[in-house]
Design a protein around this ligand. Structure first.
Ligand SMILES: *[C@@H]1O[C@H](CO)[C@@H](O)[C@H](O)[C@H]1NC(C)=O
Ligand SMILES: *[C@@H]1O[C@H](CO)[C@@H](O)[C@H](O)[C@H]1NC(C)=O
Ligand SMILES: *[C@@H]1O[C@H](CO)[C@@H](O)[C@H](O)[C@H]1NC(C)=O
Ligand SMILES: *[C@@H]1O[C@H](CO)[C@@H](O)[C@H](O)[C@H]1NC(C)=O
Ligand SMILES: *[C@@H]1O[C@H](CO)[C@@H](O)[C@H](O)[C@H]1NC(C)=O
Ligand SMILES: CC(=O)N[C@H]1CO[C@H](CO)[C@@H](O)[C@@H]1O
Ligand SMILES: [Ca+2]
Ligand SMILES: [Ca+2]
Length: 938
């Protein structure tokens, strides 16, 4: 047994992936397929949105890039978050190969058509439910996972060999037949002719249009392939060495059926586009674009976590004032927040998280907060912060207002895990209160938050690259106004460090950077600033030429400096702890993830949801955003509280992606610093430097998990995890925390020998009444004996109630009146009214929107029957066609086209045909006919 396993491992180290491949090359892989379909689908959504708003739309230049598409969508500032969204979807897609390599259903191997489609359709339901609740992170994860089998179908089955020209529309719906699937006992293949596999599928299978797919197995001499069945093929697949020999996959141009690779890959792109189109129709254009990280404003969340206990009345008034001024000054500008989030906390209560895209709703929500209760002095601040970190988009900035220490300090490590994984910046606005304020709540007298209590907040702020600002209540407005000003768009970090003693720091201001600000938090600090030309200015000098403005409030100080391109230096003098941060605005920034060569069956880089391994080699995947021509020259892990540095080896991967390898990951906390260059429009070479705000740590512990990502309410959900250590063994302390406060069980300690591994299980139970689309973030932490080393894994699950309604709402034409004549401009208008229902068994109509037509739509519920939505439409005779999209509450989408030209009967029968021709149309879209032509709709 063990020798067989060893052989297996050896073999697999040299293989690629199953499916469309993981690395760039001449063949199209899952990344290319996914990216192309997303770019095209996003262009369609932006175009449709522009049309609906009556504004023009210009297609971005070909080939599409995230940068170009974001600009065409009038959302140039979204190019980073768009890129990030695409990558998330791709990572989750590729991960299916790394995690479920041998599970046939995820790859449509072994004729597992029914199971494969189930993965796709349940995934689509989860995406739709997540979008409905604006849980876009979860939507991307579910989307990536369900795209993998969808794309594999075209490579691993004989769909292309059967002569099909278009994708199989039945893979993205649950209530239809997938096709004529071969019986388990029916032979489908013969031996290839040596290496030539062009004719290995049996003629009767082709002639009768029977669906089959290849068997796949990696253990030599052990095959589960039934007699006469096709194999996947290729060097790894051991079943292909057994009769019938050879295979049928089209993964690459060199595969058994590589001669059909490009047909299969193009069909996978078309199928991916069709799936995205279904999701877009269910969600609407704007939410679809938000899922893709595109919005017209700053694409940033404005996120407040607020203490609402008795002593906070003044602070709440301040937050209300700050919110009002942010909203008043930013709404309608490109700095407008894309979403507003509020999490209140008290004691013992906290939450719920309130999320809205409507600034007025948010203002009212904040205005309706009142300060009361709280009992003793400490409050539930970290519980609330956990909710905010789990619910805000990644890379957000959160502002937490309190005057009290945390009662739930045991959540510190969970909060750090969430900060590291989401790269969120957390700013603490800590007010010192007067004794009388606090007296109301308890006999304990705290005139100010004790130093040790504030240290917890300082530690968390430091990890996140935020500030822990300590001010009096009367200073809070000024401090808040300064710090929330930083939540503008395109913010980049040029430098971020913390120290306990004097030190000198360098930072580079490049031509693209504007609005440079320096934040210093700490007390009794002086400094000297030296510009690239060698001019210098002391902190005490108020008349110097380098600092254009300076504000100081409480322990927080901020400076603006003149724009001078080049390397600046700041010499800090202090004997107290302080943090220094230099930020600016620039379109050029970077994204990165820690990755690891997958330990599974196939080799590939998997994105870590944990801390990377300490003391051994490690890798980062870095992407540059905001410029298609920028290149990365240097990536360094810099000790955040010291001077240690580890430089990586940078390998370009194409499309602005770079793999960076480090010989040894540091054992101390570090930040990621990148340097790069690009040629400006005027041809000058610009060197830039950016840094992560977040401080990261590596660990000697590793945690891995295996679990589904969809959770059904009322059914216990198990997450099995494995912990390993390269350090000392002993009893590990385990903590599992979830963002929804679902009941959970887990072992609180696990015994682990040095060099060994141990297993545990977390069981989560979502109450029966949990709504579909709710997302839950689970953090599993393991702390080494002594507490010096901790690792964690952060997982996200989506709650989905089983769906039984697969049928879209229907339209019934009630009346159509037109007095339109040949010359439309001479006549007035036409009108129709329609009943929309979701049937007696349906979940109900969610939304009716106009997809095509220039008229006006009015919808209302039928007074007599609330299951009927009445729709009336009137349009000019020059706009003869219209199409309604009708969506039910689980996201089934129907289409109802009408035209005064056709008369009611023709229009009604068209409704059924349009769904069938949708795939034809989408295919044309991918092929380059971007306009849904009339032939498409008829
Ligand atoms: C905020 O408070 C300041 C000072 O009290 C006041 O001048 C300003 O008008 C307030 N802003 C808003 C939007 O309420
Ligand atoms: C990992 O273990 C090594 C050797 O035991 C130790 O020096 C190092 O500090 C540990 N790293 C962390 C992050 O605890
Ligand atoms: C680990 O915990 C078990 C059970 O509490 C205890 O018996 C054992 O001595 C502990 N081992 C170590 C190395 O601390
Ligand atoms: C690892 O732990 C398992 C289960 O406790 C044990 O059976 C095995 O012998 C251990 N292996 C090593 C190398 O210590
Ligand atoms: C832990 O679980 C994995 C499968 O998930 C199994 O292969 C392994 O043997 C288990 N290890 C221990 C120590 O029980
Ligand atoms: C990146 C990519 O594949 N873009 C495709 C999008 O669709 C157009 C036609 O609409 C193709 O020409 C592009 O190749
Ligand atoms: Ca309290
Ligand atoms: Ca329905």
């Amino acid at each position: 047994m063990s020798s067989k396993l060893a052989l297996l491992c050896l073999l697999l180290l040299f293989t690629g992936a199953q499916g469309f491949g993981l690395f760039p090359g001449k063949s199209l892989n899952h990344m290319d397929i996914t990216e192309r379909a997303i770019l095209n689908a996003t262009v369609q959504a932006c175009r449709s949105l522009a049309q609906a708003e009556g504004i023009g739309f210009t297609f971005p230049p070909q080939p599409f890039t995230a940068q170009g598409v974001a600009a065409a969508c009038s959302a140039p500032k979204s190019s980073k978050s768009f890129r990030q969204a695409i990558q998330k979807v791709i990572f989750w897609n590729v991960r299916v190969d790394l995690r479920y390599a041998l599970n046939a259903s995820f790859h449509f191997d072994e004729e597992s058509f029914i199971e494969g489609r189930r993965i796709i359709t349940v995934g689509i339901q989860a995406v739709k439910a997540s979008n409905k609740k604006e849980n876009f992170e979860a939507a991307r994860q579910n989307l990536g996972q369900c795209l993998h089998p969808l794309q594999d179908f075209y490579s691993h089955s004989n769909w292309v060999e059967l002569g099909n020209q278009f994708p199989n529309p039945n893979l993205i719906r649950s209530d239809t037949s997938i096709g004529n699937i071969a019986d388990k006992s029916r032979a489908t293949c013969r031996n290839c002719d040596g290496k030539d596999c062009r004719n290995n599928i049996l003629e009767d299978i082709i002639a009768e249009g029977i669906l089959t797919s290849g068997y796949f197995g990696v253990v030599p001499f052990v095959s589960t392939k039934p007699k006469g069945k096709c194999s996947h093929g290729g060097a790894v697949d051991q079943t292909s060495t057994i009769q019938p020999k050879g295979g049928i996959n089209k993964d690459t141009v060199d595969s058994s059926h590589g001669f059909l690779h490009s047909e299969a890959a193009n069909m996978a792109i078309a199928a991916t586009s069709a799936l995205l189109e279904d999701i877009r129709r269910a969600a609407g254009d704007k939410p679809f674009l938000q899922m893709m990280g595109i919005s017209r404003g700053s694409n940033k969340a404005l996120c407040f976590v607020i203490d609402t206990t008795g002593s906070m009345a003044d602070d709440i008034a301040t937050v209300s004032n700050v919110t009002a001024s942010i909203i008043n000054s930013k709404v309608g500008t490109e700095d407008e927040p894309s979403v507003y989030i509020l999490v209140p906390f008290n004691d013992p209560g906290f939450g719920p998280l309130k999320k809205t895209t409507d600034p007025e709703v948010f203002k009212n929500t904040i205005n309706s907060l009142s300060a009361a209760g709280g009992g003793d002095v400490p409050e539930m601040s970290l519980s609330a912060l956990q909710l905010a970190l789990a619910g805000a988009p990644s890379s957000s900035e959160i502002f937490l207002f309190t005057d009290a220490p945390a009662k739930d300090a045991h959540l510190k490590s969970t909060i750090i895990a969430l900060i590291e994984r989401t790269e969120t910046v957390v700013n603490f606005m800590i007010t010192t209160s007067t004794a009388t304020n606090r007296l109301r709540r308890s006999e304990q007298q705290h005139t100010r938050i004790a130093a040790a209590d504030a240290q917890l907040y300082r530690d968390l702020a430091q990890t996140s690259g935020g500030q822990a600002i300590e001010v009096t209540k009367s200073e809070l407005l000024e401090a808040s106004s300064i710090i929330t000003d930083s939540s503008s768009s395109s913010l980049v970090t040029l430098l971020q460090a913390t120290r306990n003693q004097a030190d000198n720091f360098l930072f580079i201001v490049d031509e693209t950077v504007t609005n440079v600000r320096i934040y210093i938090t700490g007390s009794s600090i002086t400094f000297t600033l030296i510009s690239p030309t060698g001019e210098s200015q002391q902190s005490s000098d108020t008349t110097g030429s380098l600092i254009t403005s300076s504000q100081s409030v409480g322990n927080f100080q901020t400076l603006r400096i003149i724009k001078q391109v080049g390397q600046w230096e700041i010499k800090m003098v202090s004997t107290n702890p302080y943090s220094l941060k230099v930020i600016g605005q620039s379109p050029i920034d970077f994204l990165f993830d820690f990755v690891e060569v997958s330990q599974g069956v196939f080799t590939g880089f998997d994105v870590l949801e944990t801390r990377p391994k300490a003391g051994v080699n490690g890798s980062l995947l870095v992407s540059l955003t905001g410029s298609d021509s920028a290149t990365l020259t240097e990536v360094t892990l810099v000790e955040s509280a010291g001077t240690g540095e580890v430089k990586g080896v940078v390998e370009p991967q194409g499309s602005g992606n770079f793999l960076v390898q480090f010989e040894q990951m540091p054992s101390v906390p570090f930040v990621v610093r990148v340097k790069g260059r690009y040629d400006s429009d005027t041809g000058t070479r610009i060197v830039f430097q950016r840094q992560s705000s977040t401080t990261f740590r590596a660990s000697n512990l590793t945690i891995t998990t295996v679990s589904n990502s969809i959770l059904v309410p009322g059914t216990p959900f198990s997450v099995a995890f494995t912990v390993m250590t390269s350090g000392m063994g002993g009893n590990l302390t385990i903590q599992a925390t979830n963002s929804q406060s679902f009941d959970s069980t887990f072992p609180t300690t696990l015994f682990l020998e040095s060099g060994n591994s141990t297993n545990g299980t977390v069981t989560l139970s979502a109450p029966l009444n949990t709504q579909s689309g709710t997302d839950v973030t689970l953090t599993i932490e393991a702390e080494a004996p002594g507490g010096a080393d901790t690792n964690y894994i952060v997982l996200r699950f989506t709650v989905v109630n089983p769906v039984t309604d697969f049928i879209p709402p229907e339209c019934k034409l009630i009346s159509l009146q037109s007095n339109c004549s040949e010359n439309c401009s001479l006549s007035t208008s036409w009108e129709l009214s329609v009943w929309v229902t979701d049937g007696a068994e349906g979940v109900g109509v969610e939304r009716v929107t106009l997809r095509q037509g220039n008229g006006t739509v009015n919808t209302s519920l039928d007074a007599g029957n609330e299951n009927i939505t009445l729709v009336s439409y009137s349009a000019s005779c020059c706009s003869p066609e219209m199409e309604l999209l009708v969506v039910d509450r689980v996201g089934n989408v129907g289409s109802c086209p009408y035209s005064y030209r056709e008369g009611s009967q023709a229009a009604l029968s068209m409704a059924t045909r349009v769904t069938q021709s949708l795939f034809l149309c989408l295919n044309m879209v991918v092929l380059g006919l971007l306009i849904l032509t009339e032939s498409c709709v008829q």
